[in-house]
Design a protein around this ligand. Structure first.
Ligand code: ASP
Length: 452
């Protein structure tokens, strides 16, 4: 059995929805269909989830909500109209939205916001089930409440209660036909609607794939495959990545590959379910398969990622290497200030700590630097900003000499100076930091070196 998830762009209008139905019907193994709320139809458009957030905020502010509610209903009505689904589904959606908004006084603001946000996927799943019926095929809407999708943690950032796997698995044992399941939300133990973080329908799909031990989790989006490099930087990249391992995916996602959030697929990865990224607009393309292992050609690289927005605390102190506890005390300062760090390359008498800039705003930087000066008495401490990290990733690099040398040579030939180099013991990736202004040139040089 396959679990397939369709993102917002795959369900943005009637044409897209018809493609989704074609895809599902083309393979009898596609039995569980997880849907997002309708997304953007074009660049300037607004996702239904964002319309719903505006609606909830207006209701919380005690404003008249007719305009915002109308904007949401209109998105569904356009689809229903074009597919000739009848009036009932649109009236049902309008009624559902009104009954959610009416709870504004009974819930805490964060609970209310989640209740309204979840309406995007919930109503879309119902509409998709009706659209199947209009094409003469039966598909049943399944509710996260009835199937036992129990969530815990913060509203808007909820996580799955692990006991849910057993309940979900029971709910889906021996089910018949095609099930349409809304992504993005579940219920707390006391019955309140709670949502995952934004983009959370990927999480729902991944959870269901794990719960039913699916043969594959198909994640349909709007790209033919995952590309080995950002096509905005290297526009002539043609070949996608046919297969990659979970480890490679994790490294690339971490380092800036935006196809999906790596934490979204944790349930599928833990259950060793292969993940297939595919394109709703080109269903004939095989997409990218992500799995536990793959055939690896030694000396090859799977992808080159780049991510902006890093900074680097550089601490130097003569004879640092002999000062027992120096590293621990340095990290303790960051821990006390709640600043997470990413990498920590070091020299004999120097220590760099790479941090995402968002976690080190200027006032925190001033405080941290002052404490380092006071407590560690370094010879020198500074913070470099506007750092871009480049990550070269590939299982094929393991035990292959010369991979880092090749990268450094390519960057040196392009006249790019490196701020830092870091390779973990897994050898599946190495990280090179450069100044942001050198990013595009660096990515192109690395791409040329490893992909010819
Ligand atoms: N509709 C939600 C969002 O826009 C969840 C999703 O699409 O995955 O974030």
């Amino acid at each position: 059995m396959k679990v397939c998830k369709f993102g917002g762009s795959s369900l943005a209008d009637a044409t897209q929805l018809n493609k989704v139905i074609d895809i599902v019907l083309a393979d009898p193994a596609r039995r569980i269909v997880v849907v997002s709320a309708p997304g953007k139809r074009d660049k300037g458009d607004t996702k239904v989830t964002d319309l719903l957030i505006a609606l909830a905020k207006a209701a919380l502010a005690g404003e008249n909500i007719d305009r915002q509610l109308g904007a949401v209903v209109e998105r569904y009505a356009l689809i229903a109209d074009e597919l000739k689904l009848g009036e009932d589904i649109v009236s049902d959606i309008t009624r559902d939205l009104r009954s959610r908004v009416a709870q504004v006084k009974d819930l805490r603001p964060e609970e209310f916001l989640d209740l309204v946000k979840a309406a995007g996927e919930d109503n879309n799943a119902k509409l998709v089930a009706v659209a199947f019926a209009a094409r003469g095929r039966k598909a049943r809407y399944a509710s996260p409440k009835d199937t036992g999708m129990v969530l815990k943690g913060d509203f808007g950032d909820a996580t799955l209660d692990p006991d849910s796997y057993a309940t979900l698995s029971r709910a889906f044992s021996n089910f018949e036909g095609i099930v349409i399941y809304p992504g993005f939300f579940g219920y707390t133990k006391d019955g309140k609607v709670a949502t995952f973080p934004r983009g959370g329908s990927d999480i729902t799909g991944s959870i269901l794939a794990a719960a039913v031990c699916a043969d594959v989790y198909e994640n349909f989006t709007d790209v033919d495959s995952v590309y080995p490099v950002d096509p905005r930087i290297v526009p002539d990249v043609k070949e996608g990545i046919p297969t990659m391992t979970y480890r490679e995916m994790r490294e690339l996602a971490y380092a800036g590959f935006g196809v999906f959030a790596d934490d979204a697929v944790i349930p599928a990865v833990r259950a060793r379910i292969p993940i297939n990224i595919r394109n709703t607009n080109h269903p004939g393309e095989p997409g990218t398969m992500i799995q536990q292992s793959r055939r690896v050609v030694p000396g090859t690289v799977v992808g080159i990622a780049s991510a902006d927005g890093f900074c680097n605390i550089v601490v130097e102190k003569y004879l640092m290497n002999r000062e027992i506890g120096f590293g621990r005390r340095l990290l303790q300062i960051l821990e006390d200030e709640h600043v997470p760090y990413e990498h920590m390359p070091s020299g004999v008498d120097s220590q760099c700590i790479v941090i995402k800039e968002q976690y080190l705003p200027r006032e925190v930087e001033r405080r941290v630097v002052a404490i380092i000066r006071r407590e560690l008495e370094p010879d020198f401490v500074t913070v470099e900003r506007d750092i871009t990290t480049l990550m070269v990733v590939g299982e094929g690099m393991c035990y292959t000499p010369g991979m880092l040398a090749k990268a450094c040579l390519a960057l040196a030939s392009a006249g790019i100076s490196l701020s830092m180099v870091n390779q973990g013991s897994s050898e599946v990736s190495f990280m090179i930091a450069v100044r942001k202004q050198d990013r595009d040139n660096a990515v192109r040089s690395l791409y040329k070196a490893f992909f010819g």
